[in-house]
Design a protein around this ligand. Structure first.
Ligand SMILES: [Zn+2]
Length: 485
């Protein structure tokens, strides 16, 4: 009997706000341990939380971008649990009345784009961070840093809509792009700013009822999610084959050893004794706030990628690469307007991305050095075959490192592009005289030899000749007669 995997994801997005979710402590990363704390996030008696409007606004924007229904009045709840790194011993989250419900994230897959449906998005606070065990003389100790306790999180829960690990990876890639696009989070998984748990179960193909699921925690990279889910599907398959029952459990994935370990048998929702948070009023998102946020949403990445394909005639692949970051899209559009879209996309996808990567520049750094009008001038000259191919890459590097337009750069480096018949004819004749063999071959009908002869002229010109002109001159000199076909 063929089994199919059913996977659902729970993603935690750390919101890049200035302050924490329920107090005014800085939410920054990397401060000295336990320096960003106060009575509220340390859970001291009598301290009262106040919700952070910027974090709620981030949830609102994410919910609107994903087409969720936004609840006008949602409710904060206490999730009771002993967290060594959460001094209140409960987490403020949302339970039965979350802020956003429904919606879907469109994801580009090899077979085309597909929307993966969501169950909900809610607002909550993060826990602190434990470090254990550490050696301290001959003792092993654990330490807790409460700087992260109370930092705003958005929890996004998908429907069990994934059938294989690659879909999960594509979903996370698209989610990371979206939260960056909206300015909600940097989405860095290695910093823990985007975290993911996966629920995995198997069932006979075609059955609609779900099998017993396990939850994998601690997936801290996209590759880790793919590998962890793959390992769990294999484990469940094997267990079933040997007639074992799958137990509901929480597993930890150890990426270094590609191994799963049972952390605890799975708790149920009622174990947390959720109840409405008595210290906070209901969370109200009025229609005016919602409408304003909707109107202020930028063009979303999937809409924009489709438009790039349409308006600039670039292939879907290019639109995906360029659409990875908003500032890259902006730069591309500024350069491609009124230019050859595919040519602009080629140079940006290969050379701009390569150089920014090598030099550790952001796209904004690049755009300051090479503003769109400079790149446009360059592209126009490449397009008009004013700059021969081999020279173009060199000129491109000068553009990044120096000031001035293309003509100025060529002058400064004493490069004279040889595009005129008078410049090139002597070189062409010299090459023809020195290569009687290939000339005879060409005349004998071996057309490919022309490429060799063009190459020889290019060499003699130190890459400064325009190949199209050289080719025309060679053909004329070789008698103009077309070789017999
Ligand atoms: Zn605080």
């Amino acid at each position: 009997m063929a089994l199919e995997a059913v996977i659902g994801l729970e993603c935690h997005i750390q919101v890049a706000t200035r302050t924490k979710m329920f107090c005014g402590c800085p939410a920054e990363f990397g401060a000295a341990p336990n320096s960003n704390v106060c009575p509220v996030c340390l859970g001291l008696p009598g301290a009262l939380p106040v919700a952070n409007r910027a974090a709620v606004d981030a949830a609102l924007r994410l919910g609107l971008a994903l087409g969720c229904e936004i609840r006008e009045e949602s409710v904060f709840a206490r999730k009771n649990y002993f967290y060594p790194d959460m001094p209140k011993n409960y987490q403020i989250t949302q339970y039965d009345r979350p802020m956003c419900e429904g919606g879907a994230l469109p994801v580009a897959l090899a077979a085309g784009s597909r929307g993966f449906p969501l169950i909900r998005i809610h607002v909550e606070e993060d826990t602190g961070k434990s470090f254990h065990p550490e050696r301290h003389g001959d003792r092993r100790i654990s330490r807790v840093d409460f700087n992260r306790a109370g930092v705003p999180l958005l929890e996004l829960v998908t429907q069990p809509a994934f059938r294989d690990p690659a879909e999960c990876a594509a979903f996370l890639t698209a989610l990371r792009r979206l939260v960056r696009w909206l300015g909600i989070s940097d989405g860095e998984m290695e910093k823990g700013h985007l975290r993911c748990d996966a629920n995995v179960s198997l069932r006979p193909a075609g059955q609609s009822e779900l099998g017993t699921k396990t939850e994998i925690k601690n997936l801290n990279s996209i590759r880790g999610v793919e590998r962890g889910v793959t390992a769990e599907i294999a484990r469940q398959n094997l267990a079933r084959l040997s007639g074992e029952r799958i137990e509901q459990a929480t597993l930890l994935y150890d990426a270094d050893h590609d191994r799963l370990a049972v952390m605890r048998s799975k708790e149920h929702a009622h174990d947390y004794r959720y109840f409405p948070e008595p210290d906070l009023p209901r969370l109200r998102v009025e229609a005016a706030w919602r409408d304003e946020a909707r109107a202020a949403l930028p063009e979303l990445p999937w809409t924009r990628a489709a438009r790039l394909e349409r308006e600039y005639a670039v292939p879907a692949y290019d639109a995906q690469v360029l659409g990875e970051r908003r500032e890259l899209c902006d730069y591309f559009e500024d350069c491609a307007r009124g230019a050859d879209g595919k040519l602009a996309s080629n140079w940006i996808m290969t050379e701009v991305l390569r150089m920014t990567n090598e030099r550790g520049w952001s796209i904004d750094d690049w755009a300051r050095r090479v503003p769109p009008d400079r790149l446009r001038e360059f592209l126009a000259r490449v397009s008009a075959r004013d700059i021969p191919g081999p020279l173009a890459k060199q000129v491109f590097t000068w553009l990044a490192d120096e000031e001035g337009g293309v003509a100025e750069l060529l002058d400064r480096h004493r490069v004279r592009v040889q595009a005129s018949r008078d410049d090139l004819l002597p070189l062409v004749r010299e090459v023809l005289n020195q290569n009687p063999g290939p000339v005879a071959q060409y005349r004998g009908g071996k057309i490919a030899t022309l490429g060799f002869l063009v190459g020889q002229v290019m060499k003699k010109s130190a890459g400064q000749a325009v190949p199209q002109v050289v080719q025309d001159l060679l053909k004329a000199e070789l008698g103009g007669q077309r070789p017999p076909s």
